[in-house]
Every structure is written in C-alpha cells, then in structure tokens.
Design a protein around this ligand. Structure first.
Ligand code: PEP
Length: 259
C-alpha cells in the first residue's frame, strides 16, 4: 500500500445529474465517515455539481467534488462550455481531464488536454489527469510508449506544486468492460509512471503525486489492486453509481491505510 493518503474518486459520467446525484452523494458521505484515512471525491455531471457540493457541505462531509471536464478559457464566446473558475464557484475543487472517453469520442489531443490541465492549475482546481493505452496498443507492445507520451505532455505542469495534481492510469481496455488489469499488470505501469516522473520531473513530483488506477474497480478486486505499492487509490466508474459497492472500495482503502 502507498504511504501517500489514498484517494478514491467516483466518476459518475452521464448519470445522476439531478436530485439522484444528491442522494448518492449523501450515501458516499456516510461511507467516507468510516474512512478517516482516505480522501474521497465524487464527480457528478455539470448539472448536479453545485447541488452535490451543497449537499456535502450541509452534511459537513470531507467528500469533495470534481467536474468531469472544463474549457481552457475563463470566459467569453464559447457557447456550451464551462470554465475552471465556474467549476470552483459551483463548489468543486477537482476536475477529471483527459479521460479516455473524451479522447475517443471528442477527439481530445494531448496538446488540448495539456491546455485544460494548465487552466485548471492556474485557477487552483486540482486536476485528475487520465492516461492509458488501448488494447491494440498493449497487444502491439506499445503500452509504455503511449503512457509516457501522454504523461510527458503535461507532467512538467505538476512541478510548481508537487502533489496538487493527480494522475489516473486507466487502461482503455479495462474501462467499463469488466476486464480488470491484474495487480501485477497495473503495478508494472504504475511503477513505470513513478520512475518516469522521477526521471523527468524530479523526486518531489514522483514522491508526492498520487497515481490512481482505473478500470472496472469494484469491491471484490479493490483490496488486491490498492495493496500494490505504487497504486495510490482508484478512479471508479460503474461501481461508483452504487452506494454499497463504492462504500466497499472506500472501506478496502481504509483497511489498507489504517493497518
Ligand atoms: C472510468 O470511467 O474512469 C472507469 C474507470 O470506469 P469503470 O470503473 O466503469 O471501468
């Protein structure tokens, strides 16, 4: 297990965008109360961002809120977009950026994701920057080439305030597929990410940056994944929509970090 405070983040994607988001957030807040050694974040759609942040603050919860995207301008004629300062105003402290679904369905490039991460950092919003290879890339033996290219495209931005930004390693073939990376497969890439950070960005960034694993994490596999030395938590999609399942993942992190 990591010596860094583990983080469990739930990515709700295109779900729970109304009152149902507040109900789920309240259930997560109850689960987080039993896990004082774990940081917990929930990421609702934009429509529920302010309401979920309000619910959590009413509950006096430590659970924090993340947006799922931003546009890298503070304001202006960008119809349909949301800026980092707006996300902060809504009560969120985090933003998930570079998720593989954004790369795949919205053609987001490494360069554009870098701009978004820079905008988040400039505003004081904590980015969870996602990287990961497709199945074809893994099978072609290109996992580390792809992961390092994505990582190197933004990691220098993390040197100003080491530990403020977070990385999520999410093999695309494991997202929403039920196919989870084995702890050995995941740890191998996490250790390589940590070494790359050390080599390119220095010891402080390497030691203080949380590297989360994401890809079909659930209660039944959380313990063995989170038990790996370079896995500092999880970014959870499907299982974060179900309070009992998400609570199990939080409890697994707590058991490992409290022991
Ligand atoms: C995700 O979307 O970030 C994710 C990891 O999804 P799932 O847990 O459903 O694989």
């Amino acid at each position: 297990m990591t010596t860094r405070t583990p983080l469990i983040a739930g990515n709700w994607k295109l779900n729970k965008g109304g009152e149902d988001g507040c109900e789920l957030a309240a259930a997560v807040a109850r689960a987080a109360e039993k896990a004082p050694h774990v940081s917990v974040v929930v990421s609702p759609p934009f429509t529920a961002l302010a309401a979920v942040a309000h619910t959590l603050s009413e509950e006096k919860s430590r659970v924090e809120v993340a947006a799922q995207n931003l546009y890298p301008k503070d304001s202006g004629a960008f119809t349909g977009e949301i800026s980092a300062p707006m996300i902060l105003t809504a009560g969120a402290k985090w933003v998930i950026l570079g998720h593989s679904e954004r790369r795949q369905y919205f053609a987001e490039s490494n360069a554009f994701i870098r701009e978004k991460i820079a905008a988040a950092l400039a505003a004081g919003l904590r980015p969870i920057a996602c990287i990961g290879e497709t199945l074809a890339e893994r099978e072609a033996g290109k996992t580390l080439d792809v992961v390092f290219e994505q990582l190197d495209s933004f990691a220098d931005l993390f040197t100003k305030d080491p530990g403020f930004g977070v990385i999520a390693y999410e093999p695309v073939w494991a997202i929403g597929t039920g196919k989870v990376a084995t702890p050995e497969q995941a740890e191998e890439v996490h250790a390589a990410i940590r070494s790359r950070l050390r080599e390119k960005q220095g010891e402080k960034v390497a030691e203080q940056t949380l590297v989360l694993y994401g890809g079909s994490v659930k209660g039944s596999n959380a313990k063995e994944l989170l038990g790996c030395p370079n896995i500092d938590g999880a970014l959870v999609g499907g299982a974060s929509l179900e309070p009992a399942g998400f609570a199990e993942i939080i409890a697994a992190a707590e058991a490992l970090s409290a022991s």
